[in-house]
Design a protein around this ligand. Structure first.
Ligand SMILES: C[S@@+](CC[C@H](N)C(=O)[O-])C[C@H]1O[C@@H](n2cnc3c(N)ncnc32)[C@H](O)[C@@H]1O
Length: 238
């Protein structure tokens, strides 16, 4: 691939750019786990002027890149947005990503997010034959100060743990929650983000992460090396 990563460390790679261009140059991964720009996303987000078009163009790359795609959305986001998901990635299931302490959005009691899983399920391994569909977020961590729609790490780590069995790609990386989750689980990951300020946020978050296997769920396979640097981390911009 000719494009230079913005940042890379052992198994973790970040590209700063438009995912519709960057994905053209990527090798296949195991799973795409992402939270795209939704029709009801905050207008300050890049792509919020036409999220449907952005998503439809991005998903056209997915069948070549991954056998499994997990798309996270809020419980108040219209799932009809997902109808452009390519037929090669059949619908598999919905997962409920609940908050132990809901909040209000007008009349709506915001009880959590949901995630739609498409494609083939991960292979059955000891203790993982039955794939669960509910994660209760019970820590008090809030990350709204780092990105306007940062997802809960506990939810995303649960998704990565159950639905990734190798390298993970998040083409709408934002503040890097998916990459942080993958790193904590010892999985390689690639993130793409169009806004440099969020790329910088993700880099800072990743620097603070130590791998850990703290949630219940399947044991992840040993990391595959997506990229490595003998001196540890490096940044293209440096
Ligand atoms: C809903 S947010 C993702 C938030 C992320 N899950 C987190 O926890 O921080 C979607 C992200 O996609 C980015 N984005 C919008 N258009 C993009 C594009 N064409 N290529 C790559 N990233 C894009 C936005 O800047 C935004 O940060």
């Amino acid at each position: 691939m000719g494009r230079k990563p913005y940042y890379q460390e052992d198994g973790i790679v970040i590209y700063h750019g438009d995912c519709r261009e960057v994905m053209l140059e990527l090798e296949p991964v195991d799973a795409i786990i992402t939270d795209p720009v939704w029709p009801n996303a905050t207008p300050e987000l890049a792509g919020s002027e036409n999220p449907e078009l952005l998503f439809s163009q991005a998903v056209s790359h997915f069948p070549r890149l991954a056998r499994r795609v997990v798309v996270q959305l809020g419980c108040d986001s219209d799932p009809r947005f997902l109808r452009t998901m390519p037929e090669e990635l059949p619908f598999f299931r919905v997962c409920w990503l609940e908050y132990v302490r809901p909040n209000y959005k007008g009349r709506l009691l915001y009880t959590g997010d949901v995630a739609y899983v498409f494609g083939s399920p991960p292979p059955s391994r000891d203790g993982t034959h039955v794939l669960p569909g509910r994660c209760l977020q019970n820590d008090s961590a809030r990350n709204k100060d780092i990105h306007p729609c940062a997802r809960q790490l506990q939810h995303v780590q649960w998704l990565v743990k159950w639905f990734a069995n190798g390298p993970v790609l998040d083409p709408f990386m934002g503040s890097g929650t998916t990459l942080v989750a993958a790193k904590r689980l010892g999985l390689p990951a690639i993130g793409i983000e169009i806004e440099q300020k969020y790329v910088e946020t993700a880099v800072a978050r990743l620097a603070a992460v130590q791998p850990t296997l703290e949630l219940e769920g399947p044991a992840v396979q040993r990391p595959l090396r997506v990229a490595s640097s003998p001196k540890g981390s490096s940044r293209a911009s440096e």
